[in-house]
Design a protein. Sequence first.
Lengths: 136, 136, 136, 136, 136, 136
Amino acid sequence: MSDELFERGLEIRRAVVGAEYVDRALEGGADDFSRDFQRLVTEFCWGAGWGREEHGALSRRDRSLLNLAMIGTLNRSDEFKLHLRGALRNGCTREEIRDTLIQLAIYAGIPAGVEAFRLAREVFAAVDAESDAASA
Amino acid sequence: MSDELFERGLEIRRAVVGAEYVDRALEGGADDFSRDFQRLVTEFCWGAGWGREEHGALSRRDRSLLNLAMIGTLNRSDEFKLHLRGALRNGCTREEIRDTLIQLAIYAGIPAGVEAFRLAREVFAAVDAESDAASA
Amino acid sequence: MSDELFERGLEIRRAVVGAEYVDRALEGGADDFSRDFQRLVTEFCWGAGWGREEHGALSRRDRSLLNLAMIGTLNRSDEFKLHLRGALRNGCTREEIRDTLIQLAIYAGIPAGVEAFRLAREVFAAVDAESDAASA
Amino acid sequence: MSDELFERGLEIRRAVVGAEYVDRALEGGADDFSRDFQRLVTEFCWGAGWGREEHGALSRRDRSLLNLAMIGTLNRSDEFKLHLRGALRNGCTREEIRDTLIQLAIYAGIPAGVEAFRLAREVFAAVDAESDAASA
Amino acid sequence: MSDELFERGLEIRRAVVGAEYVDRALEGGADDFSRDFQRLVTEFCWGAGWGREEHGALSRRDRSLLNLAMIGTLNRSDEFKLHLRGALRNGCTREEIRDTLIQLAIYAGIPAGVEAFRLAREVFAAVDAESDAASA
Amino acid sequence: MSDELFERGLEIRRAVVGAEYVDRALEGGADDFSRDFQRLVTEFCWGAGWGREEHGALSRRDRSLLNLAMIGTLNRSDEFKLHLRGALRNGCTREEIRDTLIQLAIYAGIPAGVEAFRLAREVFAAVDAESDAASA
């Protein structure tokens, strides 16, 4: 594989979903079972996919909103919450997220929207609590 | 229902997917079977959904890219092609569309990406042919 | 397998989706490749599933509407059209079908609804043409 | 938006999924993030969709069974449980629900059926316990 | 229904997903609500489907890997974990499972793969703990 | 990106889905719009995914059957037909394919199975006609 692509992917992945999560995944990936998969995710999804930001067509903010729409459609709750935090890290406002989830509800159906709003409110409550704790 | 919302939705819908298509759908909707549904789509999806643009969180360009990602995930080819033309009308560049479809391939799977690229190339070829014919 | 269940399934299947279609499928099923599958569909789906009508909880009209909603959600166009004709044979009115498809659009998303209405109008036009030809 | 449609939707929504749940959702919707979405769900899904009952094509019992089939296909467990309670409120018998879920298993696949039966048994056990507690 | 098919299905089902689970499901199926469904699953899915092993085209190992790929695509976590244990009982190695899940990630999308690896590691940890306890 | 992975992927991709198709895709990929995507598919899906065959856990026959099950579940007809031809090239027998599609019908639902059998019979008829023409 390509070490350069892996390194670029690792940097973006840590910046978007959080260094702690990524390091745990890659450490967990240090066992025989997940190592190759974690490498693949980092190199292709983050290096070759998100790494396209250098071409300038889509910003991290754009990619985060696209991911919320797609992962909400695909109905993957854990990944949805992870990428919701990523969207906040990438500077998406709650207004942008709200409008994205309303668009999701219309195109993927009301149950997709109801679940997405429920998960988003959970994440926002957790983020606000962490922020309060940090500033206390 | 709300006439104001319907009118706003009608205006946006015609601007995005084309006046000819919308008028045909609403005329088709003039039979008993589809009338209420066409009204609902115009009012709900376009008036209440796309009409949120007045709040300023998402632009038409943003909504078009979100739709390509969601409709590509949902595997609805006719709607995908309709919204691809809408994306061009809304000013999305081919580079933005290409990067959105690569993101789709990674998150919704390679077959979703292969089909989306095939449909996009079909639409671009048709659009280019129409443009050549118009300028001849 | 159970011949009794197969016979009951065959009778219902022919009544709902049309004797001509079913006989062709089972004949096509006479080659080595599809025979077992056609037998399974007839016995399992039609005999054990639809054959539950003898318990009286759901009517054929109910099962047809459920199928339009599910097959529309699953995005299987050929099966959708087949079962739309089945719904008409089972006595569903166009008003019942229309309201089912509006419910589909709300819960499975607008693109699912748009496609379902398009397919339904195709089937209705074909059925009306056949009916005109028969009465001419 | 249309206040009349919202009011009609609110009344049906409270009757079907429970006043307590709906009031909490709308109160939760009183924060900036969810308010517009809750309004949209109430007005369009419940007012414009379920509110079509006044045309008489589908009963609330019909809509509940359609929803179990669709939401079971869409794999949205929380919404499924909510609408299972709604089905009971709308007068669906357990025999009708059972036959709907068997139809779901056949058309959407065995795993969809296994999960739907598991969730239904959970809801029935909870409902029975509440009923025992209330009559004690 | 066919008692012979049911008996064959029961034997295979107990061998693959575990006698304890199956007996509990069928006992649970002894109530009026689930009995017919459990019978259907055992007879058709296990008797008519898995029971085809006597024709020799696919082994139990093959069917287990196919199921992990399909159930992972369908996003049904409880069934996925059940069939992961089934795959181990059917002699699949962790290397075969790993490569199947990487194939899943590529064709059904990265979120499907991330979730499948997470569930697989959970199951392996539980199986290893049970094995340690048994040998202590 | 990695040239070695691309070259390995290219070789496998040509062997499985046919040199003519792949060369056309990559040539088509020579325009600005698809080039990067075709490179990604070749390197990621075929080089990093299928290229794992060198570890020996899954054979090409195994991967072809997994793909038919997954792509049938995902409802992507063009890709399904492409990979059905790939399965034949990889030495899968029609009996193995038949049993895989019956497994698909049970786990992903009868409509998925009906469509898969229909597509498979189309491909087999085309392949047989080509073979007759070649030997004439």
